[in-house]
Design a protein around this ligand. Structure first.
Ligand code: ASP
Length: 346
């Protein structure tokens, strides 16, 4: 994949905040391991003709800011867990993505948020589903990982646990955005015409805002991989529907070999155990990360009828971004400092 910008890690670090490499020079013999980060802002019908130059610029800027925030943590020798949380919080706070503020609406006109996080060296994981008042769901998922004996919590119980943690709460109205509301109205109209329950997928034409789940995967200077995903799920979802994003092994997975975050039609990603499957192909069959991801996304998932994509990296920092949709919001900094920010297929 051709990077659209090429910077050395040092140049990028100096753009962000010049200090970590300067500090490291004092410890001559102890060079940190190379770091890398990759993020996504959802996959779907992302085509140039549907974009205005302003919107394209807004997405690129939002991706760059989230990427730089995470990379900044890594080059200051912070952990991959802190780096991905930083990137994801920025995307959750942006109304452009289907996570946190800007999340899609349920059938009942609410925002019901799902998130998960996993750390590769110790296989710790945390996930939450159906949360409505926690400003940054990814931070609650991480609290489940670090401060509870469970891996996954949902609904009222998750909110109750959240109250015992140092987290920010908001009025549910905080998550409202007009275009997500309009998408729900479209979906409800569509549903009436079809006379059947029609949750809208990121790829559905009737969904005038078709994408936006967010995810991040990073490798830190200690060689630890972490992966995370956060979403509002599908427009017009009901019956407490939960997609793949908060499910470890489906929407998010990390071990010592790789870390993966997914986006797409959750029902397929759950049944194909997408993120674990990619890591398993790498671990047991020694497949390179891009080959393993392409096999799952373009072959296995496509044959089942599932649309979407994945991002990830391996323990050497090799970056992968694979999708079978028209586009995927994605950005990365590799171990050599090459920066990629892309929206469309090419
Ligand atoms: N995977 C998410 C879900 O099914 C949606 C998305 O990634 O756009 O809930």
């Amino acid at each position: 994949m051709k990077p659209i910008i090429k910077l050395t890690a040092l140049t990028l670090s100096s753009l962000i905040c010049f200090n970590s490499y300067a500090d490291n020079s004092k410890e001559e013999s102890k060079q940190p391991n190379p770091v890398a980060i990759v993020i996504h802002g959802g996959a779907g019908t992302i085509i140039k003709k549907n974009m205005t130059p302003e919107l394209e610029k807004a997405y690129k800027t939002a991706l760059k800011d989230a990427l730089v925030a995470g990379y900044h943590v890594l080059i200051n020798q912070g952990s991959s867990t802190e780096a991905i949380k930083k990137s994801i919080v920025m995307m959750e706070d942006s109304p452009l993505f289907n996570a946190g503020k800007g999340a899609v609406f349920t059938h009942e006109g609410k925002n019901s948020l799902d998130a998960s996080i996993m750390v590769g060296n110790d296989l710790t994981a945390g996930a939450i589903a159906g949360v409505e008042t926690v400003k940054n769901p990814i931070l609650l998922a991480d609290k489940v990982r670090t401060d509870s004996v469970h891996v996954m919590m949902s609904g009222k119980g998750a909110e109750q646990f959240a109250k015992s943690q140092d987290l920010e709460f908001v009025d549910p109205k905080y998550f409202f955005t007009q275009r997500r509301w309009d998408s729900l109205q479209n979906a409800l109209k569509h549903e009436k015409e079809q006379a059947s329950y029609t949750p809208l997928l990121p790829t559905d034409e009737a969904n005038n805002y078709k994408f936006g789940t967010v995810g991040a995967v990073a490798l830190d200077s200690n060689g630890v991989i972490a992966a995370a995903t956060s979403t509002g799920g599908m427009t017009n979802k009901r019956y407490g529907r939960i997609g793949d994003s908060p499910i470890i092994g489906a929407g998010t997975y990390a071990n010592q070999t790789c870390g993966i975050s997914a986006t797409g039609h959750g029902e397929y990603f759950i049944r194909a155990a997408v993120t674990y499957d990619i890591c398993a192909l790498m671990q047991y069959k020694e497949m390179p990360i891009s080959e393993a991801a392409d096999l799952v996304i373009h072959n296995k998932l496509k044959k089942m009828g599932g649309d979407g994509g994945v991002i990830g990296l391996d323990h050497q920092g090799n970056i992968m971004m694979s999708f079978n949709t028209h586009g995927m919001y994605r950005a990365s900094v590799d171990t050599a400092g090459n920066v990629t920010i892309k929206l469309y297929k090419d």
